[in-house]
Design a protein around this ligand. Structure first.
Ligand SMILES: *Cc1c(COP(=O)(O)O)cnc(C)c1O
Length: 409
């Protein structure tokens, strides 16, 4: 063991638990060899008592940090009242949460689901319904434009329009009606639009693809092109929403209000899966009873948790804190003297550090960070993603930066 490094997490209890997972679960992930048994704020702990800083935040689902006391309290209080009614009946939190989401997003209607992928599917169905009912596209001809390197989830329809071969391989046949264009390419968008185009589904920053940022003004111009051609702009803010990039929604950096906003992840406060499509009466107002649904969508426990998550976001100024801490973090990262880094990019607390190919992939850097008690995950081979909970303090940022500098040097 190198001096200063901790007891390796993979001894004793941890190793046994990892072995169980390896033996009894499908290997659809490749986790770092660490077992987490407790969390608080930006910190998590393994069974051996080692402490780590969580700089992944469950892919931005933990914007509020682990076990935010107000969110956990809301969960407990609601668990003592009623947890699930189904939408066959009303419950006392569903309406208030829908109103809160709409007011935050300056929209008129919302449709609650559970996972992010379900919300994306909901947005696709909404756009198609609008296409047939309002734009009068001929039956089964509706087209949605999507971008290369997109990540919108893992259902068969969604992976069908992925440009990532591994996401598609062995899972066909796929749903037709999607057209792929390069990201950050306005001419390609204009060229791809036909009279049957109903929507443009886009991430304001491509998180899973390696924190890929479009040029300033891309979304603004894309919104204009969409409006001119009567195409719905559908922003997937599942990862970028709720303060992650230093604005409530990432589209705000470009002054854009999309027709449909797809949210998930942090809406559940790091506690439960809660997702939604937020939009106008002209689109979401087209749904009639029986058109679409989800047994757990809008359940009382999720509503209570999401209400608390939104309240905490506003009252604890997490959006501004993300912008402030993010700017500081990025500045300090850029000051690190290293020749291994190709580029540092991001917004707010969604930051990617791209490693030069001649210095290997990002994975060994993440493993080294883990030895120094920082949990970060590579995304797309060359990029280390730093996306800590937005509640991170300046001192916690300094603690992390010191260790990151050590690993990059
Ligand atoms: C995580 C993510 C999804 C999928 O969300 P799940 O809850 O995993 O289904 C969709 N879009 C983006 C941009 C995401 O980051």
């Amino acid at each position: 063991m190198t001096p200063g490094s901790k007891t390796t997490a993979t001894t004793g209890q941890s190793q046994k638990l990892i072995d169980l997972a390896e033996t009894w679960s499908a290997h659809n992930y490749h986790p770092l060899p660490v077992v987490l048994t407790r969390g608080e704020g930006v910190w998590v702990y393994d069974p051996e008592g080692n402490r780590y800083m969580d700089m992944l935040s469950a892919y931005s689902a933990l914007n509020h940090g682990h076990r935010h006391p107000r969110i956990v309290q809301a969960l407990k209080d609601q668990a003592d009242r009623i947890t699930l009614t189904s939408r066959a009946f009303h419950n006392d939190l569903f309406g208030p949460l829908c109103e809160k989401l709409c007011r935050l997003a300056a929209k008129e209607m919302t449709l609650l689901m559970n996972s992010g992928a379900e919300a994306v599917e909901t947005a696709i169905k909404t756009a198609r319904k609008w296409g047939y009912r309002v734009k009068k596209v001929p039956g089964d001809k509706a087209e949605i434009i999507v971008c290369e390197n997109n990540f919108h989830g893992r259902t068969t329809t969604i992976v069908g329009f992925s440009s990532e071969e591994q996401y598609r391989e062995d899972f066909g046949p796929f749903t037709p009606g999607f057209r792929l264009i390069p990201y950050d390419d306005l001419q390609a968008l204009e060229r791809a639009i036909t009279p049957n185009t109903i929507g443009f589904l886009v991430e304001p920053i491509q998180g899973e693809a390696g924190i890929l940022m479009p040029k300033d003004g891309y979304l603004k111009k894309a919104a204009e092109i969409c409006r001119k051609n009567r195409v719905l702009l559908i922003a997937d803010e599942i990862q970028t929403g709720f303060g992650r990039t230093g604005k409530l929604f990432c589209c705000e950096h470009d002054g854009v209000v999309p027709d449909l906003i797809v949210v998930g992840k942090a809406l559940g406060g790091g506690v439960l899966p809660v997702s939604a499509v937020i939009g106008g009466r002209d689109t979401l107002g087209l749904f009639r009873p029986g058109d679409h649904g989800s047994t757990f969508g809008g359940n009382t426990l999720s509503c209570a948790v999401a209400m608390a998550a939104l309240d905490v976001l506003v009252e604890e100024r997490l959006v501004d804190r993300s912008a402030e801490t993010g700017a500081y973090f990025m500045k300090r990262l850029r000051e690190i003297r290293t020749d291994r880094v190709k580029e540092i990019r991001g917004r707010g607390l969604l930051i990617g550090v791209e490693i030069k190919e001649e210095h290997g992939t990002a994975r060994p850097y993440c493993e080294k960070l883990m030895e120094l008690s920082i949990l970060a995950k590579e995304t797309h081979h060359q990029v280390i993603r730093f996306a800590p909970p937005l509640v991170m303090t300046r001192e916690e940022a300094d603690w992390a930066l010191e260790r990151i500098a050590q690993v990059l040097a």
